[in-house]
Design a protein around this ligand. Sequence first.
Ligand SMILES: Cc1cc2nc3c(=O)[nH]c(=O)nc-3n(C[C@H](O)[C@H](O)[C@H](O)COP(=O)(O)OP(=O)(O)OC[C@H]3O[C@@H](n4cnc5c(N)ncnc54)[C@H](O)[C@@H]3O)c2cc1C
Length: 449
Amino acid sequence: MNEGYAVTLYSDRTPDQWLNQSAPTGTAFLYASTIDIERDLGMDYWSDDMFEGHGVLLDFVPKVGMKPMTATGLFEHGRPGCGIDQRMRVSRWLEDFESRGGKLVIETVTAERLDEISLKADLTVLAAGKGELNKAIARDPSRSHYSNPQRKLAMTFAKSKSGRHPKEWFNARANGMNAAKFDFFAEEGECFWVPYYHKDEGHIYCLLWEAKEGRRMDKFDGAKSSADILNAGKSVIRDLCPWEHDIVDDLQAIDDPYGWVAGRFPPTVRMPFGTMPSGGKVIPVGDTAVLFDPIGGQGGNHAAKHAKWLADRVIARGDKAFDAAWMTAANHDWWNEYAKYAYAFNNTLLEPVTVAGKALLMEVARNEKFATERFFNGFTNPKSFFPYFENFKEARKIVKAYKTTPPERLRADLPIWTNALKVEIAAKSLFAKNNYPSPGYKTSVLEDV
Ligand SMILES: Cc1cc2nc3c(=O)[nH]c(=O)nc-3n(C[C@H](O)[C@H](O)[C@H](O)COP(=O)(O)OP(=O)(O)OC[C@H]3O[C@@H](n4cnc5c(N)ncnc54)[C@H](O)[C@@H]3O)c2cc1C
């Protein structure tokens, strides 16, 4: 719009419905570089007051009952990010839209209407999240790694019963930083505590459980409210993370009847465009283009970066048509520049830890500088992870480079991991044809020891 394009936005909800009668579409912890896009466009009204999340406190547990392997590190060298309530963001942006030169239509777009719109407009972009309308663009089987959901998801919010700022739950263990807390259980699933700026409550944590089906974390079936999810989630934490009992005792639900999400979906990549019955074409953006499992905090960040990239590409096209060839090239270029790395990184987190992953994790736990520069920094810049994230030789090279500097932290539990890794490497070298461990390869540190 800033460049003079006439833009019509179709939304199935009014700003008020978004703010007061909607569930958030996810946690959407945004990294600082993503918030920068909103800052540059004059769309950021919240980051000055947000609950600044600087990095991660990770507890990794190979088998329930084992002592966690703990690590800390910063996102983007400590530049703060946050899960800023999407209901606040989207509602405000919809309110601003017409004053900034766009046309807003409140309408639930059907497949027939999409057909009409795509015939009339020079370019039709579909950003329907996980909505039904996505069926207008077929799944791309060659890029979609999964056909089934990989985790059962449950998300809600909590504040401190004792009235503390919730950052105090983890500050001390996280060397004073405000932490996103990750609990990774190799066999059960994951639990995330995400610094969140809630539309009514301000600074709270958003809690997300990613349960493996049939395992001990899989306790959220039938949840119909935030209270159901928080109660089930508390029992999961008591069961799996005994070291967090005092925090569970301090967890309190907030007053937000729409503040929860539960369900499952397969991570999915769609074709570069869809062709409507009348011949109009539709290009996907955000979740409609690449739908990520939330495990690596990629979806919301990808959506914002993708939208900005696509808008720049539209402007660069000038007066030429947005035809099938242009849509295909735009989709493939974005995939090759960014999305395929984000997707591969994110999918790796859904799989059993690889040999390369173990080598990296040990150094992450040993050396906070490495954790910051080579691990948590990659969450916002996933291309930087490759090839070492999936290739043991490359991982070893990167780790070795950091061994020349003194470790910032040495942990007593590391010998267990070192021995496990040695045994596993010896065993694996008998089977490996190349250095890319198969995603299905099952590993268990405990068994190996
Ligand atoms: C539990 C959970 C936790 C998450 N945590 C993170 C995280 O920490 N970090 C991160 O980066 N990402 C996270 N994500 C992913 C993130 O929420 C999404 O990737 C992001 O919201 C995608 O944005 P989008 O604009 O593509 O889709 P959406 O945010 O889903 O928006 C789609 C829009 O389309 C509208 N719409 C749909 N159908 C129609 C229709 N027929 N007519 C008109 N309008 C329609 C909807 O109302 C909605 O406004 C998480 C997701 C989940 C489920």
